[in-house]
Design a protein. Structure first.
Length: 386
């Protein structure tokens, strides 16, 4: 405790403009600063959200990035950090790849509550993914609370079947839903984006996400190529950056569709991009809980997502699920059918927005930040009795 406030340390890679980072910042903005000190322990260079986090009163600390060969140096840095910061009451570790290392160290140094927080339902391919699984293998037994954004994320990180047994605490991500309502201003910005990229008369297939293995952009391009056969005015608008950005650009060129694919880059206004989309196609290989699907439903955009994504994201009839093993042609048919259904039933995004359903489902940060405050207090009280 510090000045009567619960000190909660968020251990996360960095504060760049990614999904997990955006969600933790949503909480940081809305949590009661008179009750909770929301601090960060990072291992990446300064990112997009850091100035705002500091302005909100959050403290930011850093340790060296884990590289396997520096295991002992990493553990030593964590030990020194927790030895110096006895004010910490709760460690919430979204950085689950190394949580098996730092959670026991935090506990040894007197942190009352250690909570793993699984956000992803898969790992990268190859040696990196193997190492991540190896490091997580005993995480369930190395933290006080095993938490996750979804059942799929919980099973992936802590072990298959643990979520169904009630051994994983499900704490869904929450969002600033009001930010994505299709009001007059956002619709105007969406129209401006269409105009900027020459999409006024186009059927815009949209995607917001990091160019990463999990997001499956290579299959998205194949789906789009099939949609293009059915709708000659189709264009693909991609918002985001990432390690596979150049690879996906080359694939689009090799498929001969590069003139119909817009690589818009990173954006700090995804709410406006949703208003530029006619349909949102999301064929991810894995997700913890995809914030973009929640955002798109709030924005009134029909969404076609893969069956590998947690069904907890499919809150409304704006979402349709398609098997990842299905062909690109079937995905294209589903996308066109879903859009036609949306057009007939709703007509426009303002009437299609399902914000009330999403609030009832527990995705509104204003409500969920209060619940999180109560949870932190409860966990801390329970730790004192144990």
């Amino acid at each position: 405790m510090e000045n009567g406030k619960i000190v909660c340390l968020q251990v996360i890679g960095g504060l760049s403009m990614g999904g997990a980072e955006s969600r933790v910042m949503d909480i940081a903005r809305h949590i009661d600063k008179n009750k909770i000190c929301f601090d960060f322990l990072l291992d990446e260079p300064p990112g997009f959200y850091e100035p705002e986090a500091l302005e909100l009163g959050c403290r930011i600390y850093r340790v060296p990035r884990f590289r396997f060969f520096n295991w002992f140096q990493y553990a030593g840095a964590m030990d020194r950090f927790f030895a110096e910061h006895k004010e910490i009451d709760i460690v919430q570790g979204s950085l689950t790849s190394t949580a098996s290392i730092y959670m026991p160290i935090a506990k040894k140094n007197g942190v009352p509550v250690t909570m793993g927080y699984a956000r992803s339902a898969g790992v990268d391919p190859g040696p990196k993914g193997w190492l991540t699984r190896y490091l997580r293998r005993d995480l369930f037994n190395r933290c006080d609370i095993a938490a996750a954004v979804s059942s799929e994320a919980g099973d992936s990180v802590y072990g298959k079947g643990r979520s169904a047994k009630g051994e994983v605490m499900i704490i869904p991500d929450s969002f600033e839903l009001d930010k994505f309502i299709p009001d007059e201003e956002r619709c105007a910005k969406g129209s401006a984006i269409r105009k900027r990229f020459g999409l006024d008369d186009a059927f815009v297939v949209g995607h917001v996400g990091r160019f990463h293995y999990a997001k499956n952009h290579e299959f998205l391009l194949k789906i789009f190529a099939e949609i293009k056969k059915k709708k000659k005015n189709a264009r693909l608008l991609l918002a985001g950056t990432g390690p596979l950005f150049g690879t996906v650009q080359k694939q689009a060129a090799s498929m001969g569709i590069d003139k119909d694919v817009i690589f818009a880059g990173q954006t700090d206004e995804p709410e406006s991009f949703y208003q530029a989309f006619d349909i949102f196609v999301f064929p991810s290989r894995y997700e913890g809980l995809p914030g973009t699907v929640i955002e798109a439903q709030t924005a009134g955009v029909p969404c076609l997502m893969s069956d590998t994504i947690t069904k907890e994201a499919a809150v409304t009839d704006l979402v349709r699920v398609c098997g990842l093993g299905k062909s690109a042609d079937i995905w294209a048919k589903e996308a066109c059918d879903l859009y036609d259904m949306w057009k007939e039933k709703y007509g426009d995004k303002e009437h299609a927005s399902r914000i009330d359903d999403l609030k009832k489902a527990g995705f509104d940060v204003k409500t969920e930040s209060v619940r999180l405050e109560e949870l932190y207090g409860k966990l801390l009280e329970e730790s004192k009795r144990n």
